[in-house]
Design a binder for this molecule. Structure first.
Ligand code: HEM
Ligand SMILES: *[C@@H]1O[C@H](CO)[C@@H](O)[C@H](O)[C@H]1NC(C)=O
Ligand SMILES: *[C@@H]1O[C@H](CO)[C@@H](O)[C@H](O)[C@H]1NC(C)=O
Ligand SMILES: *[C@@H]1O[C@H](CO)[C@@H](O)[C@H](O)[C@H]1NC(C)=O
Ligand SMILES: *[C@@H]1O[C@H](CO)[C@@H](O)[C@H](O)[C@H]1NC(C)=O
Ligand SMILES: *[C@@H]1O[C@H](CO)[C@@H](O)[C@H](O)[C@H]1NC(C)=O
Length: 207
């Protein structure tokens, strides 16, 4: 009991495990199933209690420093809906990307949208964090996990180097210095508080 309490308080339980674990962002109070990489990269997902017909989720993505963090909503890089984000001074710049081949992925268009949650989006002394509601993001064409999946594999990718033009959301990026795939328990990602959290999303006051 004592040992598990100690371990749960630290990042040690998450590092290297290649699986996600519960994580609550102190500033928003939102609980995610999250993967954390040794570099400080993290990716978390929260889902509604009832997955039936659901198309939306809340994600948190971030890292340490000023580089970019990316996620594949299906696992692989190719033919998947990707999220790519990085800090720009005190703001975070983000876009959807998709590519059929390896290389800096171009911006993806579709009905999916991202809307930030203000107190889950911040740059502090060491890290940056972007928390957003991803609406109409869960697809049925294999480019993302499915609504009723109880478990899925998501991809992560990161580079400590910032893109060439940080204020341009469509900017190209250099190849990741770390990438991989992680198992997420989506049952554990579900919460009855999802609807409340989702209601906190709003257009940013300043970009
Ligand atoms: C110039 C930019 C990029 C290049 C050249 C590139 C290339 C590659 C290559 C060759 C792999 C296979 C593993 C390896 O050989 O390293 C890979 C894997 C991966 N990439 Fe990229 N990538 C780029 C950008 C991105 C971005 C922006 C994201 C996410 C937003 C991403 C997500 C992934 C993921 C999740 C994997 C692991 C899963 C897989 O192997 O498909 N990549 N990438
Ligand atoms: C985050 O903001 C929402 C409203 O936008 C608020 O209800 C919630 O309590 C805030 N979280 C924390 C931990 O203060
Ligand atoms: C900055 O944010 C990160 C990610 O949320 C957190 O782990 C870290 O403790 C924060 N640092 C400070 C100094 O608040
Ligand atoms: C998820 O788990 C529930 C409860 O065990 C089960 O009824 C359902 O079929 C599972 N869904 C999938 C897609 O495997
Ligand atoms: C960077 O991108 C922003 C927004 O797209 C643009 O206004 C600016 O001119 C760009 N800067 C350079 C040096 O290309
Ligand atoms: C933003 O970046 C894209 C991709 O590199 C480029 O095509 C576009 O011209 C840039 N926009 C500005 C305003 O610099």
């Amino acid at each position: 009991m004592k040992l598990s309490t100690l371990l749960l308080g630290g990042i040690a339980t998450l590092v290297g495990a290649q699986t996600a674990a519960p994580y609550t962002d102190a500033k928003s109070g939102i609980t995610f199933q999250a993967y954390q990489h040794t570099t400080g990269y993290f990716l978390g997902i929260a889902l509604p209690d009832d997955p039936t017909g659901n198309t939306d989720f809340i994600a948190t993505i971030g890292g340490k420093g000023t580089g970019w963090s990316g996620a594949s909503l299906a696992g692989p890089m190719k033919n998947a809906l990707l999220v790519l984000a990085w800090p720009n001074s005190n703001a975070v710049v983000s876009s959807f990307r998709k590519t059929a081949q390896y290389g800096s992925p171009p911006v993806a268009s579709g009905t999916f949208t991202q809307l930030p949650i203000a107190n889950g989006t911040y740059v502090n002394g060491t890290h940056w964090t972007y928390t957003f509601v991803c609406s109409k993001c869960i697809q049925t064409d294999g480019t993302t996990f499915t609504a009723n999946a109880n478990s899925t594999i998501l991809g992560y990718a990161l580079n400590a180097a910032a893109p060439s033009n940080k204020s341009n959301a469509t900017s190209s990026v250099s190849k990741h210095t770390s990438q991989g795939q992680v198992t997420f328990d989506l049952v554990k990602a579900r919460s009855k508080d999802f609807t409340t959290w989702k209601g906190w999303a709003a257009a940013p006051k300043v970009q």
